[in-house]
Design a protein around this ligand. Structure first.
Ligand code: COA
Ligand code: ZN
Length: 300
């Protein structure tokens, strides 16, 4: 399962304001690619991320395709209130495993974030909203470097006690490697009973797809990717792009792992986003073209 996070994680890192109309158009196009989950925006403080100050309008005006969920990132109770007003049905909460990144990003300690999330999850459950508990900087931090797996496990346990529906581990600054992914996925999966694990892997150091493969081998089936490989956190120095959606789908389809995503359409979408952004974006398959057997399978 591919979760498209470009409209949130990709756009939030773009310096020039992308007109709301264009955001909506891209989300609507993504809805027609076979992708079933799109992280469409975030209800964070508009001064923290001016690019996504139009979250309410985006959520209100996108064409909701049946069978597709439109998710929003939530940092605190206020964000949840705003999301509920827009009828958001799927939210992603984020707290960092690294104390310094959480302070920089959310202006709160990890404990303060988790305390707020107890109320956020209660509000979600009362309103039949599905909640993903996200752990940022789970695989390393630009301020602290190595992040102890115990910190990640602690946050996962807290989320589980709140009753979230899914856990997501984020490699916010692209420091994960396949061995670390294997270890942290095993540690996390041993705690999850009956709820899925999702991974959010950045490609900052070119290790994104290797990390996807390592996680696949551990049984992870939900992966974030971003249109054209846009992305990054403005509050984490050095953070850059996600894995491009076309690159990930191309690898998976070549391997015979089917995602239901229409690869040529995603490539078209990436090209349009590149034109919109007005500079080269990281996706590689959009430049090279799809692997032939990613499109039609291997010859018999
Ligand atoms: N949306 C809009 N306004 C919000 C808000 C939200 N989610 N959360 C708080 N506010 C408002 C409050 O209502 C308050 O307004 P007031 O002064 O008119 O009463 C004001 O902001 C200050 O509230 P406070 O709780 O002290 O927030 P803060 O200034 O410490 O900011 C966050 C905390 C979490 C809202 C902010 O740091 C943030 O949005 N961070 C997200 C960064 C991000 O998106 N990073 C990338 C994705 S991981
Ligand atoms: Zn990210």
């Amino acid at each position: 399962m591919v979760v498209e996070v470009g409209p949130r994680d990709g756009f939030q890192n773009e310096p020039g304001f992308i007109p709301t109309e264009q955001k909506i158009q891209i989300i609507d196009e993504l809805s027609d690619t076979g992708i079933k989950r799109i992280e469409a925006t975030s209800f964070v403080h508009p001064k923290a991320i001016p690019q996504l100050a139009d979250a309410a309008e985006v959520m209100a005006r996108i064409k909701r395709k049946p069978g597709v969920s439109y998710e929003a990132l939530i940092p605190n109770v206020k964000g949840m209130e705003r999301a509920l007003q827009e009828g958001v049905k799927d939210v992603v909460l984020v707290v960092s495993a690294s104390e310094s990144h959480n302070q920089n990003n959310m202006r709160m300690s990890v404990t303060e974030s988790l305390n707020g999330f107890r109320q956020v999850v209660r509000m979600a459950l009362e309103n039949e909203v599905r909640v993903t508990g996200g752990v940022a900087t789970a695989f390393g931090c630009s301020f602290e470097g190595w992040v102890a797996p115990e910190k990640v496990a602690h946050i996962v346990d807290e989320y589980l006690s709140m009753g979230v529906h899914e856990i997501s581990l984020g490699d916010t600054v692209g420091m994960a490697d396949p061995v670390l992914v294997t270890e942290l996925v095993q540690l996390t999966m041993s705690r999850l009973v009956g709820i899925p694990l999702r991974l959010h892997l950045h490609n900052t150091r070119g290790q994104g797809l290797a990390n996807v493969l390592a996680a696949l081998q551990e049984g992870v089936t939900i992966f974030d990717a971003s249109i054209g490989g846009l992305g990054g956190c403005p509050f984490a120095p050095g953070a850059s792009g996600n894995i491009s959606t076309a690159d990930m789908v191309n690898m998976l389809h070549s391997m015979g792992v089917h995602t239901g995503v229409d690869l040529p359409r995603i490539i078209e979408c990436e090209k349009r986003v590149q034109t919109l952004i007005g500079r080269d974006i990281p996706g590689q398959v959009m430049r090279a073209g799809a692997t032939p057997w990613a499109l039609k399978g291997r010859p018999a």
